[in-house]
Write a protein of this length. Structure first.
Length: 328
């Protein structure tokens, strides 16, 4: 005969077991994060590792409670729509993007899956969010646009070339950010008394004509605007700049590590690591619309002294003392 005491004991045992079962179920939850890259894994290993490191620090371990699905555009922005569709159909819980074109493609493809910008240009100006403080919709993350960035690049070139008068600006107008970046560069150039010559490169086939035009015009320096297609094709740009002995300002340190003269940019690795914080908050239930977009607080100045010596440019101590990286 079952006693009252045994019945109560059985009920108590059942109730105690319920939270444990729930915790076990949550612990076994495997989150699926889509990663939409502009170029390729071989070109951005440090940035991918920075994001992975950020996720590990927050307790997400690939193969245990996290799966990251990578999709790469290989510098072809026309591929973004199909890549995003692929991620949506997997499906994934969050999409992490690396650049303005990919983020726009994700925003246009889904209004329900959260999108975290590991890096983007002018998030407000390109229509990705309503405002930095209150992004609204399903997109949030980090923007790398700072109003003083383009002016600082010209200022640094003027320190190297005090008689700087004309600059050729390499840009890719397929990227919606280019118009904004060029306007800011033009405004900074005008205030410094420097003339700009825009050179648009939208595809690999455009390089030969663009380089011939620059070589003929013989500007005093080159500025490359931030664009992942141009980053993917950096070897072409670096070879040309070295051959024609141009001083060139680059938007990514990867250019300088491969032989470019100088770069000034946000700390992209820090941005990708910080993107993990957004992913974590979203996976824990916070809506993207409630997460303010962050602007860069850390910038990197990198100089290649070997290249400077080869090209015959003297890098002032004022730059070397501020440099975050000096390649010798």
């Amino acid at each position: 005969m079952i006693t009252r005491r045994k019945v109560l004991l059985a009920i108590a045992t059942t109730l105690l077991a319920m939270p444990i079962a729930g915790e076990t179920q949550n612990a076994r939850k495997i989150y699926r994060v889509g990663y939409l890259g502009n170029s390729s894994a071989s070109l951005e290993p440090d940035l991918v590792e920075a994001f992975r490191q950020g996720m590990r620090e927050l307790g997400y371990i690939e193969g245990k409670n996290l799966v990251i699905k990578f999709r790469w555009a290989e510098g072809r922005y026309d591929r973004f729509a199909s890549l995003v569709t692929d991620l949506i159909h997997l499906p994934v819980d969050v999409i992490v993007t690396a650049g303005t074109p990919g983020t726009l493609a994700a925003k246009n493809a889904t209004g329900t899956i959260p999108v975290v910008m590991a890096v983007s240009g002018d998030a407000v100006g390109t229509g990705l969010v309503k405002s930095l403080a209150r992004p609204g919709g399903n997109v949030t993350g980090l923007t790398t646009m700072a109003s003083e960035l383009e002016g600082k690049r010209i200022e640094l070139l003027l320190e190297i070339l005090p008689r700087l008068a004309r600059i050729a600006v390499l840009k890719n107008d397929i990227n919606p950010l280019m118009a904004i970046q060029f306007r800011q560069t033009a405004a900074a150039a005008k205030s410094s008394g420097v003339a700009l010559e825009a050179v648009d490169i939208r595809a690999v086939d455009d390089f030969e004509k663009a380089f011939a035009s620059i070589a003929k015009a013989r500007p005093d320096a080159i500025i490359v605007l931030a664009d992942r297609f141009l980053l993917a094709e950096r070897e072409r740009i670096l070879t040309f700049a070295a051959k024609e002995r141009f001083a060139a300002m680059y938007p990514y340190r990867e250019f300088v590590e491969r032989g470019g003269l100088i770069s000034y940019s946000p700390n992209y690795a820090e941005s990708f690591r910080s993107a993990a914080r957004y992913v974590d908050k979203i996976l824990k239930g916070t809506k993207p619309a409630d997460l303010p977009v962050e602007q860069p607080t850390k910038f990197e100045l990198v100089v290649n002294m070997k290249t400077a010596k080869t090209l015959g440019f003297k890098i002032p101590n004022s730059i070397l003392l501020r440099a975050d990286g000096v390649i010798k």
